[in-house]
Design a protein around this ligand. Structure first.
Ligand code: B1M
Length: 212
Protein backbone atom coordinates (compact mmCIF):
# COMPACT_ATOMS: atom_id res chain seq x y z
CA UNK A 1 0.00 0.00 0.00
CA UNK A 2 2.54 2.75 0.89
CA UNK A 3 3.62 4.43 -2.31
CA UNK A 4 1.05 2.66 -4.50
CA UNK A 5 -1.69 5.15 -3.80
CA UNK A 6 0.70 8.02 -4.47
CA UNK A 7 1.44 6.57 -7.91
CA UNK A 8 -2.27 6.13 -8.59
CA UNK A 9 -3.19 9.70 -7.62
CA UNK A 10 -0.27 11.11 -9.61
CA UNK A 11 -1.23 9.08 -12.72
CA UNK A 12 -4.90 10.05 -12.52
CA UNK A 13 -4.03 13.77 -12.31
CA UNK A 14 -1.43 13.55 -15.07
CA UNK A 15 -4.01 11.81 -17.29
CA UNK A 16 -6.61 14.44 -16.37
CA UNK A 17 -9.13 11.78 -15.27
CA UNK A 18 -11.00 14.34 -13.21
CA UNK A 19 -14.17 12.28 -12.92
CA UNK A 20 -12.26 9.63 -10.95
CA UNK A 21 -10.19 11.78 -8.64
CA UNK A 22 -12.84 12.57 -6.03
CA UNK A 23 -13.64 8.91 -5.31
CA UNK A 24 -9.96 8.10 -5.07
CA UNK A 25 -9.03 11.02 -2.82
CA UNK A 26 -12.11 10.54 -0.62
CA UNK A 27 -11.22 6.86 -0.24
CA UNK A 28 -7.71 7.82 0.85
CA UNK A 29 -9.01 10.43 3.30
CA UNK A 30 -11.32 7.77 4.78
CA UNK A 31 -8.32 5.47 5.19
CA UNK A 32 -6.50 8.22 7.06
CA UNK A 33 -3.54 8.68 4.71
CA UNK A 34 -1.06 11.47 5.43
CA UNK A 35 -2.48 14.49 3.60
CA UNK A 36 0.83 16.36 3.36
CA UNK A 37 2.36 13.28 1.73
CA UNK A 38 -0.60 13.05 -0.64
CA UNK A 39 -0.22 16.70 -1.69
CA UNK A 40 3.57 16.94 -1.80
CA UNK A 41 4.47 13.49 -3.11
CA UNK A 42 1.63 12.84 -5.54
CA UNK A 43 -0.45 15.87 -6.44
CA UNK A 44 2.23 18.56 -6.90
CA UNK A 45 4.64 16.20 -8.72
CA UNK A 46 1.74 15.34 -11.07
CA UNK A 47 1.50 19.00 -12.10
CA UNK A 48 5.27 19.08 -12.66
CA UNK A 49 4.97 16.11 -15.03
CA UNK A 50 2.12 17.84 -16.86
CA UNK A 51 4.29 20.97 -17.22
CA UNK A 52 7.22 18.95 -18.58
CA UNK A 53 4.96 17.24 -21.14
CA UNK A 54 3.53 20.59 -22.18
CA UNK A 55 7.04 22.02 -22.60
CA UNK A 56 7.97 19.00 -24.79
CA UNK A 57 4.78 19.58 -26.82
CA UNK A 58 3.49 16.11 -25.98
CA UNK A 59 0.30 17.69 -24.60
CA UNK A 60 -1.44 21.02 -25.15
CA UNK A 61 -3.58 23.50 -23.19
CA UNK A 62 -6.76 21.34 -23.09
CA UNK A 63 -4.83 18.48 -21.47
CA UNK A 64 -3.24 20.89 -18.97
CA UNK A 65 -6.72 22.15 -18.16
CA UNK A 66 -8.20 18.74 -17.35
CA UNK A 67 -5.19 17.89 -15.17
CA UNK A 68 -5.67 21.20 -13.36
CA UNK A 69 -9.36 20.35 -12.91
CA UNK A 70 -8.47 16.97 -11.41
CA UNK A 71 -5.98 18.68 -9.08
CA UNK A 72 -8.56 21.25 -7.99
CA UNK A 73 -11.24 18.62 -7.32
CA UNK A 74 -8.81 16.64 -5.20
CA UNK A 75 -7.65 19.69 -3.24
CA UNK A 76 -11.26 20.78 -2.63
CA UNK A 77 -11.82 17.58 -0.64
CA UNK A 78 -8.66 18.07 1.38
CA UNK A 79 -9.15 21.79 2.09
CA UNK A 80 -11.74 21.51 4.92
CA UNK A 81 -9.52 19.02 6.72
CA UNK A 82 -6.65 21.49 6.92
CA UNK A 83 -8.67 24.34 8.39
CA UNK A 84 -7.30 25.77 11.62
CA UNK A 85 -9.08 27.07 14.70
CA UNK A 86 -10.88 30.23 13.52
CA UNK A 87 -11.27 31.56 17.05
CA UNK A 88 -7.52 32.27 17.20
CA UNK A 89 -6.61 34.29 14.11
CA UNK A 90 -2.84 34.71 13.74
CA UNK A 91 -3.19 37.56 11.23
CA UNK A 92 -4.85 38.46 7.95
CA UNK A 93 -3.36 37.55 4.60
CA UNK A 94 -4.60 38.83 1.26
CA UNK A 95 -3.73 36.48 -1.58
CA UNK A 96 -3.98 36.73 -5.36
CA UNK A 97 -2.25 36.03 -8.63
CA UNK A 98 -0.96 39.10 -10.40
CA UNK A 99 -2.38 40.68 -13.55
CA UNK A 100 -2.16 38.43 -16.59
CA UNK A 101 -1.78 35.23 -14.59
CA UNK A 102 -4.60 32.74 -14.09
CA UNK A 103 -2.52 29.90 -12.60
CA UNK A 104 -4.18 29.58 -9.20
CA UNK A 105 -3.40 26.09 -7.92
CA UNK A 106 -0.26 27.11 -6.06
CA UNK A 107 -1.95 30.20 -4.60
CA UNK A 108 -4.89 28.05 -3.48
CA UNK A 109 -2.52 25.62 -1.79
CA UNK A 110 -0.74 28.46 -0.02
CA UNK A 111 -4.13 29.76 1.14
CA UNK A 112 -5.17 26.33 2.43
CA UNK A 113 -1.96 25.93 4.41
CA UNK A 114 -2.16 29.47 5.82
CA UNK A 115 -5.72 28.83 6.98
CA UNK A 116 -4.55 25.59 8.52
CA UNK A 117 -1.84 27.63 10.24
CA UNK A 118 -4.44 29.90 11.86
CA UNK A 119 -4.42 32.85 9.44
CA UNK A 120 -7.49 34.57 8.07
CA UNK A 121 -7.08 34.39 4.30
CA UNK A 122 -8.84 36.79 1.96
CA UNK A 123 -8.40 35.24 -1.47
CA UNK A 124 -8.94 37.86 -4.17
CA UNK A 125 -8.59 35.29 -6.94
CA UNK A 126 -6.61 35.65 -10.13
CA UNK A 127 -5.47 38.32 -12.55
CA UNK A 128 -5.59 41.27 -10.10
CA UNK A 129 -4.67 44.64 -11.55
CA UNK A 130 -2.51 46.94 -9.44
CA UNK A 131 -5.40 49.38 -9.02
CA UNK A 132 -7.89 46.73 -7.90
CA UNK A 133 -5.37 45.35 -5.48
CA UNK A 134 -4.72 48.77 -3.97
CA UNK A 135 -8.45 49.28 -3.42
CA UNK A 136 -8.68 45.95 -1.58
CA UNK A 137 -5.57 46.62 0.51
CA UNK A 138 -6.98 49.97 1.62
CA UNK A 139 -10.25 48.29 2.64
CA UNK A 140 -8.94 45.11 4.22
CA UNK A 141 -5.69 46.42 5.76
CA UNK A 142 -4.08 42.96 5.86
CA UNK A 143 -0.92 42.13 7.79
CA UNK A 144 0.48 40.31 4.77
CA UNK A 145 -0.04 40.50 1.02
CA UNK A 146 0.80 37.30 -0.85
CA UNK A 147 1.38 37.51 -4.59
CA UNK A 148 1.70 34.48 -6.85
CA UNK A 149 2.96 34.35 -10.46
CA UNK A 150 3.63 31.33 -12.66
CA UNK A 151 4.62 33.07 -15.87
CA UNK A 152 7.94 34.79 -16.45
CA UNK A 153 5.94 37.46 -18.29
CA UNK A 154 3.78 38.26 -15.24
CA UNK A 155 6.53 38.31 -12.61
CA UNK A 156 7.25 42.04 -13.21
CA UNK A 157 3.68 42.80 -12.06
CA UNK A 158 4.83 41.91 -8.54
CA UNK A 159 7.34 44.74 -8.63
CA UNK A 160 4.63 47.11 -9.90
CA UNK A 161 2.40 46.21 -6.95
CA UNK A 162 5.18 46.89 -4.45
CA UNK A 163 5.99 50.21 -6.11
CA UNK A 164 2.31 51.20 -6.07
CA UNK A 165 2.03 50.36 -2.36
CA UNK A 166 4.97 52.70 -1.73
CA UNK A 167 3.49 55.44 -3.94
CA UNK A 168 0.25 55.31 -1.93
CA UNK A 169 1.93 55.32 1.48
CA UNK A 170 0.90 51.73 2.20
CA UNK A 171 4.23 49.95 1.96
CA UNK A 172 5.08 50.09 5.67
CA UNK A 173 1.70 48.77 6.77
CA UNK A 174 1.84 45.44 4.93
CA UNK A 175 4.47 42.72 4.51
CA UNK A 176 4.70 41.44 0.95
CA UNK A 177 5.44 37.79 0.24
CA UNK A 178 5.94 36.56 -3.31
CA UNK A 179 6.03 33.05 -4.75
CA UNK A 180 5.36 30.83 -7.75
CA UNK A 181 7.48 28.48 -9.83
CA UNK A 182 9.57 31.05 -11.77
CA UNK A 183 10.10 33.33 -8.74
CA UNK A 184 13.22 33.05 -6.58
CA UNK A 185 14.81 34.83 -3.67
CA UNK A 186 17.02 36.98 -5.86
CA UNK A 187 14.01 38.23 -7.84
CA UNK A 188 12.09 38.84 -4.62
CA UNK A 189 14.98 40.92 -3.28
CA UNK A 190 15.29 42.83 -6.55
CA UNK A 191 11.70 44.07 -6.36
CA UNK A 192 11.83 44.86 -2.64
CA UNK A 193 9.56 42.05 -1.41
CA UNK A 194 9.77 41.19 2.28
CA UNK A 195 9.85 37.45 1.69
CA UNK A 196 10.00 34.71 -0.91
CA UNK A 197 8.06 31.53 -0.22
CA UNK A 198 9.40 28.52 -2.06
CA UNK A 199 6.39 26.37 -1.23
CA UNK A 200 3.22 26.49 0.81
CA UNK A 201 4.80 25.27 4.05
CA UNK A 202 7.55 27.86 3.76
CA UNK A 203 4.85 30.50 3.19
CA UNK A 204 3.24 29.61 6.51
CA UNK A 205 6.60 29.65 8.33
CA UNK A 206 7.43 33.09 6.93
CA UNK A 207 3.97 34.46 7.67
CA UNK A 208 4.35 33.36 11.29
CA UNK A 209 7.72 35.12 11.48
CA UNK A 210 6.08 38.36 10.36
CA UNK A 211 3.41 38.16 13.01
CA UNK A 212 5.57 37.22 16.01
CO1 B1M B 1 0.32 27.07 -17.70
N1 B1M B 1 2.24 27.41 -17.89
N2 B1M B 1 -0.04 28.29 -19.13
N3 B1M B 1 -1.49 26.51 -17.40
N4 B1M B 1 1.00 25.70 -16.49
C1 B1M B 1 3.14 26.78 -16.85
C2 B1M B 1 3.39 27.75 -15.71
C3 B1M B 1 4.46 26.53 -17.71
C4 B1M B 1 5.75 26.52 -16.87
C5 B1M B 1 4.30 25.21 -18.51
C6 B1M B 1 5.53 24.87 -19.33
O1 B1M B 1 5.75 25.46 -20.35
N5 B1M B 1 6.34 23.94 -18.88
C7 B1M B 1 4.39 27.71 -18.75
C8 B1M B 1 5.07 29.02 -18.34
C9 B1M B 1 6.36 29.26 -19.07
C10 B1M B 1 6.99 30.57 -18.70
O2 B1M B 1 6.44 31.47 -18.17
N6 B1M B 1 8.26 30.64 -19.01
C11 B1M B 1 2.88 27.88 -18.91
C12 B1M B 1 2.25 28.53 -20.01
C13 B1M B 1 3.16 28.92 -21.16
C14 B1M B 1 0.86 28.76 -20.07
C15 B1M B 1 0.07 29.48 -21.15
C16 B1M B 1 0.73 30.75 -21.75
C17 B1M B 1 -0.22 28.42 -22.24
C18 B1M B 1 -0.94 28.95 -23.48
O3 B1M B 1 -2.02 29.45 -23.39
N7 B1M B 1 -0.30 28.78 -24.60
C19 B1M B 1 -1.26 29.83 -20.42
C20 B1M B 1 -1.18 31.18 -19.69
C21 B1M B 1 -2.45 31.49 -18.94
C22 B1M B 1 -2.32 32.75 -18.09
O4 B1M B 1 -2.05 32.66 -16.90
N8 B1M B 1 -2.50 33.91 -18.68
C23 B1M B 1 -1.30 28.71 -19.43
C24 B1M B 1 -2.50 28.13 -18.96
C25 B1M B 1 -2.56 27.09 -18.07
C26 B1M B 1 -3.87 26.39 -17.68
C27 B1M B 1 -5.06 27.35 -17.57
C28 B1M B 1 -4.17 25.33 -18.73
C29 B1M B 1 -3.44 25.66 -16.35
C30 B1M B 1 -3.70 26.51 -15.07
C31 B1M B 1 -5.00 26.13 -14.37
C32 B1M B 1 -5.08 26.75 -13.01
O5 B1M B 1 -4.13 27.07 -12.35
N9 B1M B 1 -6.31 26.89 -12.59
C33 B1M B 1 -1.92 25.58 -16.52
C34 B1M B 1 -1.10 24.70 -15.76
C35 B1M B 1 -1.81 23.66 -14.93
C36 B1M B 1 0.33 24.79 -15.77
C37 B1M B 1 1.35 23.88 -15.08
C38 B1M B 1 1.40 22.57 -15.87
C39 B1M B 1 1.11 23.55 -13.63
C40 B1M B 1 1.00 24.76 -12.69
C41 B1M B 1 0.62 24.26 -11.32
O6 B1M B 1 -0.54 24.25 -10.95
N10 B1M B 1 1.60 23.71 -10.57
C42 B1M B 1 2.68 24.75 -15.21
C43 B1M B 1 3.94 23.93 -15.26
C44 B1M B 1 4.61 23.88 -13.89
O7 B1M B 1 4.54 24.77 -13.09
N11 B1M B 1 5.35 22.82 -13.66
C45 B1M B 1 2.32 25.68 -16.30
C46 B1M B 1 1.35 23.10 -9.24
C47 B1M B 1 1.40 24.19 -8.15
C48 B1M B 1 1.11 23.56 -6.80
O8 B1M B 1 2.71 24.72 -8.14
O9 B1M B 1 1.92 27.07 -8.69
O10 B1M B 1 4.40 26.51 -8.55
P1 B1M B 1 3.02 26.31 -8.10
O11 B1M B 1 2.92 26.63 -6.52
C49 B1M B 1 3.83 26.14 -5.55
C50 B1M B 1 5.04 27.06 -5.33
O12 B1M B 1 5.45 27.76 -6.49
C51 B1M B 1 4.61 27.94 -4.20
O13 B1M B 1 3.79 27.08 -3.41
C52 B1M B 1 3.07 26.18 -4.25
C53 B1M B 1 2.96 24.87 -3.51
O14 B1M B 1 4.21 24.30 -3.26
N12 B1M B 1 3.87 29.18 -4.44
C54 B1M B 1 3.92 30.17 -3.53
C55 B1M B 1 3.03 29.54 -5.42
N13 B1M B 1 2.55 30.74 -5.20
C56 B1M B 1 3.07 31.17 -4.03
C57 B1M B 1 2.88 32.34 -3.30
C58 B1M B 1 3.57 32.48 -2.09
C59 B1M B 1 4.43 31.51 -1.63
C60 B1M B 1 4.62 30.33 -2.33
O15 B1M B 1 3.47 33.58 -1.32
C61 B1M B 1 2.43 34.47 -1.55
Amino acid sequence: MPGDYLDEVRDVIVAGRHKEIENIVQGLIDKGVNLNELINEAMIPAMDIVGQRFARREIFVPEMLVSALAMQKGLALIKPLLKGDESKVAGTVVLCTVKGDIHDIGKNLVGMMLEGGGFKVVDLGVNLSVDDLLTHIKQIRPDILGLSALLTTTMPEMGKVIQALADHGLRDSVKVMVGGAPVDRRFADSIGADAYGEDALEAVRLAREFIT
